[in-house]
Structure formats: structure tokens, C-alpha cells
Design a protein around this ligand. Structure first.
Ligand code: PLP
Length: 420
């Protein structure tokens, strides 16, 4: 992981020992590396240099304002899926004119907010949504710039819960309906169809599904132009995978070459919406061992992070490396142990029978590759306050979201009158 390495036997984020962050902020805590974020963004920029292509960072992977601002300063736009994310993007310095609004269930309020802000594009996923958007835009006296998200019916070959491009998924307009929906769009007063959008899933480790989807999009573009639509933008979504364990995702130059080979001559501006591949390997979840428990058949490493802080292992059976913050000396005995959190669910398990060196209460560990779909998916289950986030830059670090307090959690709740 770029940005994270052992120095003098201690795991560091850039120049900062994770022990120092644990001492200052407590655990559990997410720690992100500026260097890793910038490196990931520049890899996209460099791979697509010379193509009419822009990166709209998919905020939902990690919407911490300091993380968004890191990309904003490098010129990124944003892909958002709610009014809240739109407001985050703008708060972090990304103007609405560089924001794409995606998602299957935008409300009229969200549409109005986006149009008032001057959104670059709304990606529409159903006919009722198209009609609602036309009404909202017409009532404001504007035309909404839209792409229709099509469902290319390709198998992304990823975890079922993060595949979005098969016809049985809820996403996009069915392939066979696409032309008719563009015709409907052209007939609506508040709509200006400017693009085609596609996003087939997340954590893809093979180029073939992307190639299949983009080829279908290019075919559709030709048909739509024949039908008289002036389509100038292609939004190719995100989804490029990262290495959590042994995955070998395609490299960006190969991905960019494939995109160029399909879209290079189409006269379209291309938008990429990477999320995970920009942030996933730029963060760790730092946690402290509470107890080591010897069961009858297994040993358990009980740590202070839990499924409410990082749900990916419970939700997607995801693998995260477990890195002892004190570097294991070579030749040390390695034995399997279950790494679990304190939440009252058997699903609160980070790793089963993970080979690890002996660890003791109070030792620190870091869950690797936790920068994407980590903090953003955290909840307060078991009344565990939201976990803080820290951004490191060289020898400096800053708490970019402080730890929520139990008082804050309780303060949101009201006592019903009848309870006196
Ligand atoms: C989630 C999402 C993305 C980002 O996906 P990653 O796998 O994180 O790159 C991009 N576009 C849309 C529409 C999304 O829903």
C-alpha cells in the first residue's frame, strides 16, 4: 500500500507512526494518506492524458471532506448519489458544474436542488424519474441536462451485492428499452438528453465486462444518432477493482487504451467515475486489541473496531489485511486466529483463522485497504459513536472528522410527552 510502510519496526502512514495517531485520537480510527490519494488520482489523469476524458470522483466510496478536497485540488469533478453528497462535493470545492448526479431514486427535492446549483448532468434511471425531472425542470424554466443510464446486461463477475449491470439488477434502463426512452426524453419539455451512462458494478478485476458494456454503449450511440439525438457525452461509470489480497486488477494504461479503442472516434466527451480505485488502498482502520480469548477450539483476537465501523467483511465477505502495527520480527511463530469485534452479532468477524503472530491486549493492528466503503458505511449500532477519520500529509496529520460522542447520539432523541 503506497503511503503505508514499516519504519524502524513501526507501521507508519507516510511520516507519521500509527502509534502517535492512536495516542492522540484513540482507536478505532480511520487513517488516510494524502500521498496515496494523490498518487491514485494522478494515475488516472496520466492514463487518460490526450483523451477527452474527465474524472468525477464517486463520493460514496469515501466522502470525508478533506479526501474530496484532495481530489478537488487536482481538478476532479464528482459523482454523487444524494443531495447530501452534492452538498459535500460543493462544500469541498467542487462546483456543481463538475458534478454528475447518479442514483435510482432521486426525489423531486433533490432534482430541484441539483438544477438550482447548476448541475453538470443528471443520470436518469427510469421513465417515472424522467417524467418527474421534466416537471421539476419545466417548473423552474430550465432544461435538465441528462444521460440515461442503460443496463447493458453484462456479467461484471464480481460479488453479487456489488454487481449492477445485469438485467435483473435494479439499475438503469433495460437495454431493449433504451431507444424508446430516449425518444420519450426528446418529447419532454424539461429534458435535454446529452449523454449515455453506464456503470456495471464495483471491484471488477477483469477488463472484459467493461469492454462488453462500452461496446454496447457505442452501438447504442450510433443508433441514437440515427434517431436524431445529439449525444455528446459518454459516462462510463466506475468499478475498477483494487488489490485487497491477491486480486490483479487491470492497470490503468490498459483500461485507458481499451476506452480509447472503443470511444476514441465517437466525438464524445468521456466521464469516468472511479470511487474505490482512488481511495481503497489509501486508508487503514487502526484498532486496538482488547482481549485475546482462548476458546475450546479456536482463539479469538477481540479488537475495539467492529462491524459498525467497517462492515465490508460482514456484508460482502470481504478480505482486509490485518497488519500488526509493531512489525513482526522475521521467523516469529505465526498461528491462525479469528479477528472479531465487540458487537453482539456473530457476523461481527473481520477474519477467520487468519495467520498472525502472537498479539496481546493493547497491541495495535491496522486493517488494510479500508479507504473505500469503510467510514462511509459506518453506523452507530450497539450505540457505538461514529469512528473518527484522520488525514496524513508527510509528517503532519489532522483529525478531519472527530469522534462522535455518546452525548451527541443521545441528544438527537426526544422523550414522548406521555412519558412525562
Ligand atoms: C458506486 C458508483 C461508482 C463508483 O464505483 P467504484 O466501484 O467505487 O469505482 C461510480 N458510478 C456510479 C453510478 C456508482 O453508483
Amino acid at each position: 500500500m503506497i503511503g503505508f510502510s514499516y519504519r524502524s519496526g513501526v507501521l507508519h502512514a507516510e511520516g507519521v507512526p500509527l502509534t502517535a495517531i492512536a495516542a492522540a485520537v484513540g482507536t478505532p480510527v480511520y487513517v488516510y494518506s494524502t500521498e496515496a490519494l494523490e498518487h491514485a488520482y494522478r494515475a488516472y489523469a496520466q492514463a487518460f492524458e490526450g483523451q477527452d476524458a474527465g474524472v468525477c470522483y464517486a463520493l460514496k466510496a469515501n466522502s470525508n471532506l478533506a479526501v474530496i478536497r484532495t481530489f478537488a485540488r487536482l481538478g476532479a469533478g464528482a459523482d454523487v448519489v444524494s443531495e447530501g453528497e452534492l452538498r459535500r462535493a460543493m462544500a469541498a470545492g467542487i462546483p456543481a458544474s463538475r458534478v454528475v448526479f447518479s442514483g435510482v431514486g432521486k426525489t423531486r427535492t433533490e432534482m430541484r436542488t441539483a438544477l438550482e446549483a447548476g448541475i453538470h448532468q443528471l443520470n436518469v434511471e427510469s421513465v417515472p424519474e424522467l417524467e418527474a425531472l421534466s416537471e421539476v425542470a419545466s417548473s423552474m424554466g430550465v432544461e435538465a441536462p441528462i444521460a440515461i443510464r442503460v443496463n447493458p446486461d453484462v456479467d461484471a463477475k464480481t460479488h453479487a451485492k456489488i454487481a449492477t449491470g445485469k438485467k435483473e439488477n435494479k439499475f438503469g434502463i433495460d437495454w431493449d428499452h433504451a431507444r424508446a426512452v430516449y425518444a420519450r426524453a426528446a418529447a419532454l419539455p424539461g429534458i435535454k438528453a446529452v449523454g449515455i451512462a453506464v456503470h456495471i458494478g464495483s471491484q471488477l478485476t477483469d477488463l472484459a465486462p467493461f469492454r462488453a458494456a462500452y461496446t454496447r454503449v457505442a452501438d447504442l450511440l450510433h443508433q441514437l444518432r440515427e434517431d436524431g439525438h445529439d449525444i455528446r457525452r459518454l459516462d462510463l461509470g466506475g468499478g475498477l477493482g483494487i488489490r485487497y489480497k491477491e486480486e490483479a486488477p487491470p492497470d490503468l494504461p490498459a483500461y485507458a487504451d481499451m476506452v480509447r479503442s472503443i470511444t476514441g472516434n465517437l466525438g464524445c466527451q468521456v466521464t469516468l467515475e472511479p470511487g474505490r480505485s482512488l481511495v481503497g488502498n489509501a486508508g487503514v482502520l487502526l484498532s486496538r486489541v482488547i482481549y485475546v480469548k482462548q476458546g475450546l477450539h479456536r482463539r479469538f483476537l477481540i479488537v475495539d473496531a467492529a462491524m459498525n465501523d467497517l462492515i465490508r467483511p460482514s456484508l460482502y465477505d470481504a478480505y482486509h489485511a490485518v497488519l500488526p502495527v509493531t512489525e513482526p520480527v522475521s521467523g516469529v511463530e505465526i498461528a491462525p486466529i479469528d479477528v472479531v469485534g465487540p458487537v453482539c452479532e456473530s457476523g461481527d468477524t473481520f477474519a477467520l483463522q487468519r495467520p498472525l503472530p502472537a498479539l496481546a491486549a493493547d497491541d495495535l493492528i491496522a486493517f488494510g485497504s479500508a479507504g473505500a466503503y469503510g467510514a462511509v458505511m459506518a453506523s452507530t449500532y450497539n450505540t457505538r459513536p461514529l469512528v473518527p477519520e484522520v488525514l496524513v500529509n508527510g509528517d503532519a496529520f489532522a483529525v478531519t472528522r472527530r469522534r462522535q460522542t455518546v452525548e451527541e447520539l443521545l441528544a438527537m432523541e426526544e422523550r414522548p410527552d406521555w412519558q412525562g
